[in-house]
Design a protein around this ligand. Sequence first.
Ligand SMILES: [Fe+2]
Length: 255
Amino acid sequence: MTKPKLSMKSKLAQQVYDQGYCLLEGFFSTKNREKIIQILYQVWVDNGKPSMAGQFGYVLHPVLEFAPDLAPFYAQPEIVDLLAEVLQDEVRLAHSGAILCNETRSFCDWHCHLNGDRFNQWYPKPKNHHGVDRLLCNVYLHGSNSTTGELLVYPRKITDSWDMPFDNLLIEWQGQKIITCTPGSAVIFDTALFHAARRPTETGHRYIWGGHYQGKSNLTRHREDNWFQSPLIEQHRRNNPLFASLTDMRIPSFS
Ligand SMILES: [Fe+2]
C-alpha cells in the first residue's frame, strides 16, 4: 500500500505560516527598481512635492490611479505563484499602494492590516481559523537598513492569537525582528503580522511599493480594498495576461 503524499510547502511559503512573513532578497533588478522609483518620483513632483513626513510619509492609495504604468510590475510569476501557494487559491490584487518618505518621517507606529472598520481595529479571529486570508507584498525600493529606517516585525505563527502583544505602539517591542534587506527586496506578509519602522537616520528618499492579495474564492471585503479603472489600465490588462488575471475579478464596489 502506498503512503498518501504529503503536500510539501515551499520553504518561503512555510516561513509565512511559521513566522508571518518571508523575504525575497533583491528580487527586483536594478533596472526595474530604478524604473519604478522614477515613476513614483514623477508622481511626487507632479503633485507639487508633498511632505514625506509623519507616520508613513506621502501615501498613494490606489497607486494605480497615480501611476498606472506600475501595472506590469505587479505581474511577477514567481511572486504570484508563492502568494497562490500561501493563500491556496488563485490570486487577485485587492489593493495597490505606495509610500514615499524621507528623513523627516517619524517612527512608524506598530500596526497590522487585519480586516476591520478602522485602522488598527479588527474583527475577532474566528474559532479554528488557521489559514491566511490576505497577504501583503511590499517592495523596499531603497532597501531596509539603518539609513532608510529598518522594517520591524513581530513574528507570529498562523495559529497564534491576533491580540496586540504590547500596548505602546511607539516603542520597540521585545521579541521584534529587525529586517534588513537590499534595495528591490520584497517582503510578503500575513495581514496579522504586526510591523513598524524605525525613523531614517540619513537624508534621502525611501519608497515602498506593493499591494494586498486575496484568493479569488475569498470575496470578503476589506477596508483597504481599492481599485482604479482607466483606459490605460485596460491597455495594460490587454498587454499583460498575468496582470489581467490578477485584476479580472473585483469586489462589487470596485467593479
Ligand atoms: Fe503596514
